[in-house]
Design a protein around this ligand. Structure first.
Ligand code: FES
Length: 242
């Protein structure tokens, strides 16, 4: 795939990706061969009772956790108070560039990011989470303005309005974004991952924990058909935020 067409693929064009069989499960690469976008099986987000999660019912600035694209890789969805910026140019730590076009939904406010810190892989766990979106009414030591994702391990801050770009702390690249599609019935689907991800490092680092929780190969299993969504406060017993 040529670079020009790659650069046009992003969150807001997810519908086109989802309906084009030729793109499903295809890894799109930049000219230098680095993978920056990968379409996975289209997965519908459902609430804890198994009902479809509706975009218009999302509580503003709530942290919603779901596993995508693998059984053990957490993501966080947030409906921001304002639309994201458009056509944000981002760079992975190896220098590969990619473009985040905009958030999803009728106002471009709905975003989702892989909730694995790009610094040292801190992520929401059932016992505790030090990684979360801090609402605009909150406070954080990690960045001058709240309304950012914060990893309280070493105070990395990522701006969801800029496609998950690092705006503070020690991370060398932004968060991978989960490409969403919102259909005409207000249902939310996860369809792809855009940007550099930390999945392999994550599997390598947490091999023992993953084996205990998911069995021998369960952690890497790709989520299919649907993903259960819960609020972070219901997912993690304790939330720690600096
Ligand atoms: S692990 Fe997140 S800031 Fe260090």
């Amino acid at each position: 795939m040529k670079r020009r067409s790659f650069l046009k693929i992003s969150a807001s064009t997810a519908a086109a990706v989802a309906v084009s069989p030729s793109l499903i499960a295809e890894t799109l690469k930049s000219e230098d061969g680095k993978a920056l976008f990968k379409a996975y099986e289209k997965v519908q987000l459902k609430d804890a009772e198994g009902n479809p999660l509706k975009a218009s019912k999302l509580v503003k600035e709530e942290n919603y956790v779901f596993m995508y694209p693998h059984a053990a890789t957490p993501a966080i969805l947030v409906d921001l108070p304002e639309p994201t910026q458009k056509e944000v140019k981002l760079k992975a730590e190896d220098g590969t560039e990619y473009i985040y076009t905009s958030g999803s939904g009728s106002k471009g406010t709905i975003v989702a990011f892989s909730a694995i810190c790009a610094h040292q892989l801190t992520h929401p766990q059932k016992a505790m989470s030090m990684f979360q979106y801090v609402p605009t009414t909150g406070k954080t030591l990690a960045y001058e303005k709240p309304g950012v994702f914060v990893c309280s391990s070493h105070l990395a801050a990522y701006d969801p309005k800029q496609g998950g770009k690092v705006v503070g702390g020690p991370a060398n690249q932004g968060l991978a974004s989960i490409v969403l599609e919102i259909d005409k019935d207000d249902n939310i689907w996860a369809v792809a991952v855009l940007g550099p991800n930390k999945f392999q490092e994550f599997f390598d680092a947490f091999k023992t924990e993953h084996k205990a929780e998911f069995g021998r190969r369960g952690a890497k299993k790709l989520i299919a058909t649907e993903a259960k969504v819960v609020t972070l406060k219901n997912y993690s017993a304790e939330l720690i935020q600096a």
